[in-house]
Design a protein around this ligand. Structure first.
Ligand code: DAK
Length: 255
């Protein structure tokens, strides 16, 4: 898998793909080139059968300081509309594999919105989250009002988007924005665990959980049951049950 100057991509032997945003001089601000590279990378990784979990990170110091504010200095409404930047993150939404945002340092504005496209957000102790667009005479435009609202509720969302205040990893966890807080150097560990499980089971869990959010409870429970039943036709499921009784680690092949 090819890395570029602004996006480093590495596929590890354990099935974890690590994507690192790399524009340190601009605190990983998300310009068009970086968005395009991210989108293409997610499409490729989603098709790659060797990849079982995807970690999106900004490296040790900063996750992403949001959209590139340079792009905003002269842009008109029509230009912003025609950019259709939402298409770039659609490949994250469409990704069937688990995505873990590993956040160290700032995840602000579009950076926080990008993290919210992940299935799990692991925050290092140094992480700071916020939607500071209001300070720029703007508002969040890629989920910072809506995904956040669904994740943490009205009153915490209003607090963040109206004040632009930044919150720590622990505060974000308390609100329900962060899945777990770990030492900065340990943000990759969870992905390895998930990658060791049956990829079919993992992808079914992800799909059902996502779809269920927008369904009635009865329909969602029915979908869950069907997906549960489907897994009984996988070799991985039989391997899991047999390995339990053999008292050995299961070897899941995605079959
Ligand atoms: N864009 C461009 N450059 C940035 C940047 C950004 N977002 N953030 C930082 N930089 C640049 C700085 O200009 C500086 O450049 P030089 O002066 O060295 O040339 C360099 O990165 C280092 O920045 P600092 O000196 O400020 O570094 P610090 O470590 O002191 O502070 C910081 C880091 C992240 C706290 C600070 O840089 C900061 O507050 N950055 C701005 C954060 C922000 O306001 N983010 C929200 C941006 S608005 C859309 C949907 C959504 C969006 C856009 C479109 N559509 C649907 C179309 C999203 C909008 C946003 O995210």
């Amino acid at each position: 898998m090819e890395s570029t100057q602004i996006l480093k991509v590495e596929i590890q032997d354990n099935g974890v793909a690590r994507i690192e945003l790399h524009r340190p001089e601009a605190r990983n601000a998300l310009n068009l080139e970086l968005r395009q590279a991210l989108s293409e990378t997610f499409q490729k990784l989603n098709k790659n059968i060797a990849v079982r979990a995807i970690v999106l990170t900004g490296g040790e110091k900063v996750f992403a300081a949001g959209a590139d504010i340079q792009d905003f200095t002269t842009a008109s409404t029509v230009e912003m509309y025609l950019r259709h930047t939402e298409q770039y993150w659609q490949s994250l939404t469409d990704c069937s594999k688990p995505i873990i945002a590993a956040v160290n340092g700032y995840a602000l504005g579009g950076g926080c919105e990008l993290a919210m496209h992940a299935d799990i957000i692991v925050a290092g102790q140094s992480a700071k989250f916020g939607q500071p667009e209001v300070k720029l005479g703007l508002m969040p435009g890629a989920g910072g009002t809506q995904r956040l609202l669904r994740a943490i509720g009205k009153f915490q969302t209003m607090l963040l988007v109206l004040s632009g205040k930044l919150i720590s990893a622990e505060e974000a966890k308390g609100m329900g924005l962060v899945s777990e807080v770990v030492e900065d150097e340990n943000t990759m560990a969870l992905a390895a665990t998930i990658a060791s499980f049956s990829p079919i089971a993992v992808q079914q869990i992800k799909e059902v959980t996502h779809l269920g959010q927008d369904m009635s409870l009865q329909s969602a429970l029915s979908l869950e049951r069907k997906a549960f039943q489907i897994l009984f036709d996988t070799k991985d499921q039989k391997e899991g049950a047999n390995a339990f009784f053999d008292k050995r680690p299961a070897q899941y092949r995605g079959e």
